[in-house]
Design a protein around this ligand. Structure first.
Ligand code: NCD
Length: 322
């Protein structure tokens, strides 16, 4: 019988733990991840390390991915582990529902030391983790969470401002379905005096449940529906894609897609000299290429690089033998 690991607090001890939600982290846990990330960042990233030699890290991705998949795979390999990579498993097997997912997890447990899973159903990672005897990392569960993306976002914000408190930011796009937003808000809620403006079409507001839950965690949220309500000189703008794959009809998607576009004009009007522009990527028209040259745009530079280092840090904290 597999032991039930569930949503356990990290409490300074990463080894053997699942990483499913930002709710598991305390401020101190985040500091541990960031200290490790900084240390790994000081090394030449091309120089391989042997910290995880002998480990097999399995990547099981039921949804497409470019950055999360590659950065985890490269992070594992550069640390000396080997990877078992299962992309598009629906083609080779027919497990969609909870039960058959459990079987797959049991099989992969026999071959792996850690599982990294992306799945289209919110909450499915908890089910996977409950079945698994090796730690599971959530690489995105439907419209639920994307904790490792939030960790790299928080690391990037901290790198730029030297703090994670007293921040005022904007999140724009799809608040309802965007899992990166759901994890990042949870992360920022752990620090005092943060305020986030949420800019979205009304149909894509946070669910009432999420909104209330996040506010209870201690973050101030303000919903806005027009560009002209963006306060000037915020610390960061976090733009996101409207999540097409979560819509029932293309017509509904077309009605709300790209209502808010990050372009030079908007920047000149509302951004400050120090405002940074973030985006988890992929972008599909909601952030124009003309923004790429702006040195305040970190979405194609720091965020991508930090993604690999943060994931390296998580893997080594989770698997390394002391
Ligand atoms: C995000 C995701 O998969 O949730 N991508 C990523 O991992 N960087 C964002 C998105 O797909 O819009």
């Amino acid at each position: 019988m597999a032991k039930k690991l569930g949503l356990e607090r990290i409490n300074g001890k990463f080894r053997g733990k699942n990483i499913l939600s930002l709710d598991q982290f305390s401020q101190k846990d985040l500091q541990i991840v960031f200290t490790k990330t900084r240390k790994l960042k000081e090394n030449n990233p091309r120089k391989g390390l042997n910290l995880l030699k002998g480990n097999i890290v399995t990547l099981l991705f039921f949804e497409p991915s470019t950055r999360t998949f590659s950065s985890f795979a490269v992070a594992a390999k550069r640390l000396g582990a080997q990877t078992l990579e299962l992309t598009d498993p629906m083609k080779v097997s027919s497990f969609v529902k909870g039960e058959s997912m459990s079987d797959a997890i049991k099989v992969l447990n026999a071959y792996s030391d850690l599982l990294i899973i992306r799945h289209p159903v919110r909450g499915s990672l908890q089910i996977a983790a409950d079945v698994s005897e090796v730690p599971v990392i959530n690489a995105g569960d439907g419209i639920g969470e994307h904790p490792t993306q939030a960790l790299l976002d928080l690391f990037t914000i901290h790198e730029k401002f030297g703090r994670l408190n007293n921040l005022a930011g904007l999140m724009a796009g799809d608040m309802l379905n965007g899992r990166t937003v759901h994890s990042l808000i949870r992360g920022l809620a752990k620090f005092p005096n943060n305020k986030i403006y949420l800019l979205s079409p009304r149909k894509l507001r946070l669910s009432k449940k999420d909104f209330e839950n996040f506010q209870k965690q201690g973050i101030e949220l303000a919903e806005i529906y027009k560009d002209s309500d963006i306060p000037k000189n915020l610390d960061f703008w976090y733009w996101t894609r409207v999540q097409k794959e979560r819509f029932r009809s293309l017509k509904d998607y077309n009605r709300v897609k790209n209502k808010f576009i990050l372009n030079k004009k908007l920047i000149d009007k509302y951004a400050g000299k120090k405002t940074i522009f973030m985006h988890p990527l992929p972008r599909v028209g909601e952030i124009l290429e003309e923004v790429d040259e702006d040195e305040r745009a970190v979405n194609l530079s720091s965020e991508i690089k930090n993604g690999m280092f943060v994931r390296k840090a998580l893997l080594s904290l989770g698997l390394e033998r002391k």
